[in-house]
Design a protein around this ligand. Structure first.
Ligand SMILES: Nc1ncnc2c1ncn2[C@@H]1O[C@H](COP(=O)(O)OP(=O)(O)OP(=O)(O)O)[C@@H](O)[C@H]1O
Length: 224
């Protein structure tokens, strides 16, 4: 099995105290890892380390066997933030434009998208069942619909790994259920590995294949 992320003896602190201490963790292709833990236990920090936004204070984190270049986002990894953060989009963009944003590296800024790119956007929107909303204004959608669009944006590049930071916060019960089924579908049928923070321990344990508990500095991986 291919190793996507390898964390070795990693420590991280913002100021004086360590937020993450002596963490060892391997994430393989095919994993669906749920990250749980109380408020402030370091879940979002760990994701920022995985994305290369933060650098370990000690120890190592390797993405595809390499040190992530700080601030250089790899297109092999898709990222979805909390609903509140994704709705920070305050210009009148359409659903298609939002998803297209993750193709600009490929298209080139200020150049026109090609048929191929429009097809990639359509395919991603179809996967998340939002193709009918392609021309709708993003800001007119419900929280659950917006989150599906953000997932389409994250998968439009066909990443191997999708990282989600509590994507269900603030969305209604029915949308949460359908978001979990969508993630199951991406995991099982599209071979996308998943790392997801969740406060709903029962639910994440019933979907994930591994759980990492980040509490009281005691990190533990439990096979589900
Ligand atoms: N930029 C920062 N500078 C200093 N301290 C920070 C910063 N970001 C987070 N922290 C602190 O690091 C600790 C871990 O924060 P983090 O956001 O990773 O926790 P979390 O488990 O994701 O919490 P929550 O469940 O509330 O989102 C907290 O004590 C937090 O106050």
């Amino acid at each position: 099995m291919k190793k996507l992320i390898e964390i070795k003896n990693m420590y991280f602190k913002y100021d004086k105290e360590y937020v993450i201490e002596n963490l060892d963790l391997d994430i393989y292709s095919g994993d669906y890892l749920g990250i749980i833990g109380s408020n402030g236990s370091g879940k979002s920090t760990l994701i920022k380390l995985m994305l290369g936004i933060l650098k370990p204070s000690k120890g190592e984190i390797l993405l595809y066997g390499k040190n992530p270049a700080i601030g250089k986002f790899t297109s092999n990894i898709g990222y979805v933030s909390q609903v509140g953060l994704s709705t920070g989009i305050d210009f009148p963009a359409t659903v298609r434009e939002i998803v297209m944003m993750n193709l600009y590296r490929e298209i080139g800024l200020f150049k026109f998208s090609k048929v191929k790119h429009k097809e990639m956007v359509k395919k991603a929107l179809q996967t998340v069942d939002m193709l009918d909303y392609e021309k709708s204004k993003f800001s007119d959608l419900s929280g659950g619909q917006q989150q599906r669009v953000m997932i389409a944006k994250a998968i439009v590049n066909n990443p191997e790994l999708l990282i989600l930071d509590e994507p269900t916060t603030g969305i209604d019960h029915k949308s949460v259920e359908s978001l979990y089924s969508l993630l199951d579908n991406l995991h099982k049928n599209k071979n996308i590995s998943i790392v997801m923070i969740s406060h709903d321990i029962k639910k994440i344990k019933s979907h994930a294949t591994k759980i990492l508990e980040l509490d009281d500095f005691s990190e533990e991986v439990i096979g589900c």
